[in-house]
Ligand binder design. Structure first.
Ligand code: HXC
Length: 260
């Protein structure tokens, strides 16, 4: 492991990235964000990685936010650059060619909630707590939270969370669509791995295109999004996975896909 504040491990085709700064509840300081940035580039280039999981060290926190002690004395210009840096890193997570699952154990606040939202899917332990408490600190979210939260839960609920700084538990997160699945304490990573294994058994080409279609489609009008879907659908038929998937169906066997 070449990182100080991250653990990056592999279980078969799954890369597990653990934010490991337990003394500050895994808060993202500049050093940790820089390491995340590096790790993401390495994972994007690694064609043996089928699925990525982000989690936090220990049961208490996923990530308790950006590091408040580092931000305390920032100038406006420094804060803008810090925000842009985090936005770039989280955009790179969102744009990873592989599907990304957040296994959320404990607090996912501020930058931690933003990190979870940059992932494709969120699995939450019952002790998970989500929120964007920035308005209580005199700031707005800065790593994409003011934009990804309304896209995930709708503008009304997002604005309520942003204005009140309320923290919601896993069950409420599930109810409003922030969380895909709630699991017992201590089980988030195992459940994420089980889902990763299922995803890894599907066509990597198809899964990658599904991710691209959903991501792109959220940023453009419906007509352009639908046109993009047609392009990707067509491209599937130029890749071997469509032949394998449909032959397997007709031959009543399980498909075997090449890895990425
Ligand atoms: C720095 C943090 C931290 C953070 C926790 N710690 N969160 N340090 N930045 N975001 C540190 C504490 O200072 C403490 O250090 C140690 O972790 C343990 O935390 P405690 O507060 O003692 O634990 P507890 O009483 O159980 O409370 C847990 C908590 C609380 C409710 C999660 O720590 C908390 O409210 N943290 C801040 C959450 C927050 O506001 N996050 C959003 C940040 S703004 P010591 O040394 O005292 O033991 C943000 C903006 C993102 O994320 C965009 C930027 C551009």
């Amino acid at each position: 492991n070449t990182y100080e504040n991250l653990l990056v491990e592999r279980r078969d085709g799954v890369a597990i990235v653990t934010i490991d700064r337990p003394k500050a509840l895994n808060a993202l300081n500049a050093a940790t964000l820089a390491e995340l940035s590096k790790a993401i580039v390495a994972i994007a280039e690694d064609t043996s990685v089928q699925v990525v999981i982000f989690t936090g060290s220990g049961e208490k926190a996923f990530v308790a936010g950006a590091d408040i002690t580092e931000m305390q004395s920032m100038s406006a210009a420094e804060a803008r650059n810090w925000g842009k840096f985090g936005q770039r890193v989280f955009a790179a997570i969102e744009a990873l060619p592989q599907p990304v699952i957040a296994a959320v154990n404990g607090f996912a606040l501020g930058g931690g909630c933003e990190l979870a939202m940059a992932c494709d899917i969120r699995i939450a332990a019952e002790n998970a707590r989500f929120g964007q408490p920035e308005s209580s600190l005199g700031i707005t979210p800065g790593f994409g939270g003011s934009q990804r939260l309304p896209r995930l839960v709708g503008t009304g609920r997002a604005k309520e969370l942003l204005f009140t700084a309320d923290v919601v538990d896993a069950a409420e997160g599930f109810r409003i669509g922030l969380v895909n699945k709630v699991v017992p304490v201590g089980r988030a990573l195992e459940e994420a791995l089980a889902m990763a294994e299922k995803i890894a058994s599907r066509s990597p080409v198809a899964v990658g295109y599904c991710k691209a279609a959903a991501n792109e489609g959220m940023n453009v009008d419906l007509g352009s999004a639908i046109a993009y879907e047609a392009e990707l659908f067509g491209l599937c038929f130029a890749a071997p996975d469509q032949k394998e998937g449909m032959s397997a169906f007709v031959e009543k066997r399980k498909p075997v896909y090449r890895t990425r």
